[in-house]
Ligand binder design. Structure first.
Ligand code: RIB
Ligand code: CA
Length: 320
């Protein structure tokens, strides 16, 4: 399966990149960086660094949008850390190995040159994808077989009570993507907030021989510290890697066709994904994940990211 990821490489994006690198079914053609969890020059550098750590030096990384269409980008570091990888900082030299060219244009070039269709995996704000649609929607519709994206929710937000972060950062971009006509699988907070992993996993990861344990350990420890003060759960909750896992195991989630629109008003609901399954408010345009096989997903994903670390022990801790 040919895949291109669009990422605001922060902590859970790094898990998704590690999962893709450890999945033989995936032919990762490129990674596109966007703003979101951090500024684009950091998310691009982090993407390059994590892919290299997992042996994917051959996967090109392109830098994309630095801000959303309408509002200014408000940079904050409490969730993913100062430069996006928690307590870890990717080396400056990684920034020197970002491909020249703007990510949306690189995406269109790769699609035009591709013999087969490509699956896009956006796990950050959708600005790069929307820009490519504005530049050449025909190529996007002809060569993208599906967008499997992490974003939105049928019920609640995490940046505001209504809006999930990826959609909140650029609602106009999310709206353009929802209306693109390209088949979409939306993996939202409904299911990703169930991807809870106790801190004991992080401690055992750091004590293991797992690849890139320093990067992932530093990143996940910060994510756990944030989660503890934010919600009282002593561990981390990941989002993006579940969307990545659906590329290989679509059975992990229950999908329901919804009509999805994005609230663009400059009121409290801005960025909300308005999801309707009744058919009364429009034809279904998105397959929305409404449930997940939690234990199976956690063991599958973390088993690929770090096979040296047994997850069952932690799940037992979690269930206790
Ligand atoms: O709301 C969760 C999403 O926002 C995830 O993609 C996380 O990485 C952040 O980008
Ligand atoms: Ca992300």
């Amino acid at each position: 399966m040919k895949v291109i990821i669009d990422t605001d490489c922060g902590v859970d994006d790094a898990l998704a990149l590690a999962f893709l690198a450890r999945s033989p079914e995936i032919d990762l053609l490129a990674a596109l960086a966007t703003f979101g969890n951090n500024q684009t020059f950091n998310t691009a550098r982090n993407t390059r660094y994590v892919l290299d750590a997992f042996g994917k030096q051959d996967v090109p990384v392109y830098s994309g949008a630095r801000a959303p269409f309408v509002r200014d980008y408000e940079h904050e570091t409490s969730v993913h850390g100062e430069t996006g990888l928690g307590y870890h900082t990717s080396p400056d030299e990684a920034a020197g190995r970002i491909q020249p060219g703007f990510a949306p244009s690189a995406l269109l070039r790769i699609l035009r040159e591709a013999d087969d269709q490509v699956t896009l995996l956006p796990v950050g704000p959708l600005t790069n994808i929307a820009l490519a649609l504005i530049e050449d929607a025909d190529t996007m519709r002809a060569k993208v077989d599906r967008l499997v994206l992490m974003g939105g929710s049928t019920a609640r937000g995490n940046m505001t009570p209504a809006a999930e972060a990826n959609f909140w950062h650029d609602p106009e971009a999310a709206s353009i993507v929802m209306k693109s006509g390209i088949p979409i699988t939306m993996v939202g907070l409904d299911v990703t907030e169930k991807m809870k992993v106790p801190r004991s996993y992080v401690e055992r990861l750091e004590g293991s021989e797992a690849t890139a344990k320093e990067i992932l350990g530093d990143a996940l420890r910060f994510y756990s510290d944030f989660q503890l003060q934010a919600s009282g759960f002593d561990g981390f909750v990941f989002h993006d890697a579940l969307a990545a896992a659906l590329l290989v195991r679509p059975d992990l989630c229950t999908l329901v066709p919804y009509h999805v629109e994005i609230s663009l008003d400059f009121v409290a609901t801005r960025g909300e994904s308005l999801c309707d399954a009744s058919g009364r408010f429009g034809e279904p345009n998105v397959d929305v994940a409404v449930d997940v096989d939690v234990n199976e997903a956690l063991q599958f994903i973390l088993g690929r990211v770090a096979p040296e670390v047994d997850v069952a022990t932690d799940l037992a801790d979690l269930a206790a």
